[in-house]
Design a protein around this ligand. Structure first.
Ligand code: PLP
Length: 423
């Protein structure tokens, strides 16, 4: 199909040209004397994205799932008790992984469409006078349902119960896109993957561990080899890895962290919020029995919207038509949500007009499968929202162009005066 594919699954996300170029390089010796400069810069700058000064960042050649595993096996022993609310497919899978490692998981089942129940967590922890519970597992942004939990509230609940359990947070679809504060919320293990807010291909599982988590490592008896923090700590201390790292991904990560620093984390969060609000404006305008899976505004996710389709319609048909007819990739309904919804991922390297393309394609596909919505209704609502909330032109002119436009022009190439002035 000519033209580009519109990638609107909630990860992998679009990889900016700058990152693609940074990854496109010859292999080199990962044991050379030059290598530590790359690795130590990554460990330092990753901490800023997690908002931690005291934590330690680990980079595994893995994915978010590997990050889940690394966080648990380095800090717990088989038979340890943890609590975990379950409100979507990813919280479910993490619980499954914990159980397969022999942990005893007290599952708090929550309706899909809601998030972590802070009050219930407080009650359970308060009742655990012997401090048998060793950890609380929270998926910050449940990608399957488009729900973001209030981590500040979870932390307050743990503090109110005066319970010493470690706080484990899956930030796979939040870190780098939605406000996340490792130190302030006293998160002990924070996990992400490379293919979402970091705008890279999949292939890195990144974990940040607090000093308390690193101390728990000394007692933790879960077997571990590939994911052992101890081996990483030893090798990372001199700027190396215990095994062969993926050089393209590390160079890509360096570029990603530079792009994030240029835009600024707070600006990134604000951009994601505004882009998400535009998608939510479309859902409201469509009507036609469509609604967000997230049950209340306090659960709305700024990185992914899961949109329930009306009874009698199969959400998978919308996704299939969008893909085959309009070259638009939407996210599927997972597990018990299969067929009931489709998801629009709105995270990473994207802007208003890109999202309008996704809204237009979703709208066309929905009409194609017989959902009764008015042509153009969602597009108009989103466009008007973006238009009416756009930064004033003066502010825009002062803001940098997209990072790609800031590259100095190649010799002999003409460019716009605006770009030339900055080059
Ligand atoms: N956690 C969340 C919230 C996710 O969205 C995903 C994947 O989409 C995962 C964990 C699993 O990550 P991965 O597929 O990188 O192993």
């Amino acid at each position: 199909m000519p033209g580009r594919n519109f990638l609107f699954v909630p990860g992998p996300t679009n990889v900016p040209e700058r990152i693609l170029r940074a990854m496109d390089r010859a292999m080199e010796d990962h044991r050379s004397s030059a290598f530590p400069e790359l690795a130590t810069g990554l460990f330092r700058d990753l901490k800023k994205v997690f908002k931690t000064t005291t934590g330690q960042a680990f980079i595994f050649p893995a994915t978010g799932t590997g990050g889940w595993e690394a966080a648990l096996v380095n800090t717990l022993s088989p038979g340890d008790r943890v609590i975990a609310p379950r409100y979507g497919q990813f919280s479910h899978l993490w619980i499954d992984l914990a159980q397969r490692h022999g942990l005893r998981v007290d599952i708090i089942d929550v309706e899909w469409g809601e998030g972590a129940p802070a009050e219930r967590i407080q009650e359970i922890l308060t009742g655990d006078a012997q401090h048998e519970i060793k950890g609380v597992l929270i998926v910050h942004n449940e990608t399957a349902t488009g729900v973001t939990s209030d981590l500040g509230a979870v932390r307050r609940a743990m503090d109110a119960a005066e319970h010493p359990a470690l706080l484990y947070v899956d930030g796979v679809s939040s870190i780098g896109s939605i406000d996340f504060r490792m130190d302030e919320w006293k998160v002990d293990l924070a996990i992400t993957g490379s293919q979402k807010g970091l705008m890279l291909p999949a292939g890195l599982g990144i974990v940040c561990a607090s000093p308390k988590a690193l101390a728990a490592r000394e007692r933790a008896k879960c077997p571990r080899v590939f994911f052992d923090f101890g081996d990483m700590i030893k090798a990372n201390a001199t700027g190396y890895f215990p095994y062969t790292p993926s050089l393209p991904l590390l160079y890509g990560l360096r570029e990603s962290l530079a792009i994030i620093a240029e835009e600024g984390l707070e600006n990134i969060f604000a951009r994601h919020h505004r882009l998400a609000e535009g998608v939510r404006a479309a859902v409201r305008a469509w009507g036609g029995g469509l609604k967000l899976c997230a049950k209340a505004p306090k659960w709305y996710s700024d990185t992914v919207s899961a949109i329930l389709v009306p009874e009698g319609v199969n959400g998978a048909d919308v996704i299939d038509v969008a893909f085959r007819r309009y070259n638009l990739a939407l996210g599927a309904g997972l597990a018990r949500m299969a067929g009931k919804l489709f998801r629009i991922g709105h995270l990473g390297d994207l802007n208003e007009l890109m999202l309008l393309g996704a809204i237009a394609g979703a709208e066309m596909a929905m009409r194609d499968v017989g959902i009764k919505i008015e042509a153009g209704s969602g597009v108009a609502a989103t466009a008007e929202y973006y238009r009416s909330t756009a930064a004033p032109l003066a502010a825009r002119a002062a803001a940098p162009l997209s990072p790609d436009a800031q590259q100095p022009p190649a010799a002999g190439k003409t460019t716009s005066p605006r770009v030339a002035a900055r080059a």
